[in-house]
Write a protein that binds this ligand. Structure first.
Ligand SMILES: *[C@@H]1O[C@H](CO)[C@@H](O)[C@H](O)[C@H]1NC(C)=O
Length: 363
């Protein structure tokens, strides 16, 4: 009888001690962050990040209720652990003067990180004054992307909302294995260049989001492969576009993209070009020699897509003669234009269609 506890003691250490999981918890308030929306909390957030990144065990950064003012900030890897979660009950706000971050590429940037999750919370970049500047034709800063991931992998963003971005809301660039679940994007329908989520040079990205914005809901740039989009709600906005592909001869191709049942919400009267592949994209119509894209688009599936289009051409595959689009599949597509039949347009696009496809497929 007396030997039993002795025998079990080592087992207790083996099995019970590790289950007191050693997550390092870091509250940004302990680092001097102020939830008042006016004191600059950038340094406090960076200090919490530095500690999380240096921790050899999983770390959790907590952002409580309140508004935290952040300037443009870079959360840099590589880190000592592969499990950093950032839990937000509060809102991150950009400085009121758009010039403070307007010339930075990104407002909140994660670079070279592996295993980062962002759970809940809100980003408010306060972009309206910059949109007004841009819409007035004055010269203005180009604006920062609200949230960017660069050269990173194993990223989860869940339940985050982004409001009033200066430029794009979210950019995924050079990443692998990124899941965005229940992410909400909101900006007014006439806000310039406020793409919802932009993906490029990245593989294994899964998106499931509600997007209301002034430009593309999702824009897909060069080098996006194995991209899966499901339950995307888009509108107002410009739909899901595979474009901006003609700028540079050496850009990587786009391959294996699936768009499964994005549905426009009740605010669905303003979805322009719900389905768009544009290899001849040329911003400002200058500096795009011969309009011949150097990159290839293949294996793009659109499945169970319903909604309304603000333009008559609801499906537009504008591919280049040099690299025609191939392997495009339309399965159960139904898009209307002002309660009439919408139109489809194909240039150099090859593929197949299955089931009911309206407008009638031009593949
Ligand atoms: C295409 O991408 C999906 C994820 O979006 C992946 O599960 C699938 O294996 C990929 N197919 C190929 C042929 O790589």
């Amino acid at each position: 009888m007396t030997t039993c506890p002795l025998l079990f003691l080592p087992l207790l250490f083996l099995f019970i001690i590790p289950s007191f999981s050693s997550v390092t918890k870091l509250n940004v308030l302990s680092y001097g962050a102020k939830p008042d929306g006016s004191a600059d909390s950038t340094k406090a957030f960076l200090a919490a990040w530095t500690q999380a990144c240096a921790s050899t065990s999983p770390a959790s950064i907590y952002v409580p209720r309140g508004m935290f003012l952040l300037r443009n900030v870079k959360f840099q890897g590589q880190c000592k652990n592969r499990a950093i979660s950032i839990r937000l009950d509060g809102t991150l706000v950009a400085p009121a003067d758009y010039r403070a971050i307007g010339n930075a590429d990104s407002w909140v940037l994660f670079q070279d990180v592996d295993g980062v999750s962002i759970l809940g919370g809100k980003l408010d970049a306060r972009g309206t004054a910059l949109w007004a500047c841009k819409n007035s034709g004055k010269s203005c800063p180009s604006g920062a992307t609200s949230l960017s991931f660069s050269k990173s992998k194993n990223i989860v963003v869940a339940g985050l909302s982004s409001e009033n971005s200066q430029m794009f809301h979210i950019v995924i660039n050079g990443c692998q294995n990124v899941k965005m679940q229940g992410v909400t994007v909101t900006a007014s329908g006439d806000s310039p260049n406020t793409d919802g989520i932009h993906v490029q040079l990245s593989s294994g990205v899964i998106l499931n989001s509600k997007i209301q914005t002034g430009d593309d809901c999702v824009s897909i740039g060069p080098g996006a492969t194995n991209l899966w989009m499901e339950q995307i709600t888009c509108g107002p906005g410009h739909g899901i576009s595979i474009g901006s592909l003609g700028k540079d001869q050496n850009e990587a191709g786009v391959q294996n993209v699936t768009v499964k049942r994005p549905h426009s919400s009740e605010l669905r009267m303003n979805v322009q070009n719900p389905i768009l592949i544009d290899q001849n994209y040329c911003p400002g119509n200058n500096n795009c020699p011969d309009q011949v894209s150097g990159i290839k688009v293949s294996d793009v599936t659109y499945r169970d897509i319903h909604g309304t289009s603000a333009t008559q051409v609801a499906v537009n595959f504008d591919c280049s003669s040099k690299h025609p689009c191939s392997g495009i599949r339309l399965e159960g597509v139904s898009l209307t234009y002002k309660n009439e039949l919408a139109a489809a347009s194909c240039k150099h696009a090859g593929g197949t269609s299955f089931g009911v496809v309206q407008p009638t497929s031009c593949l």
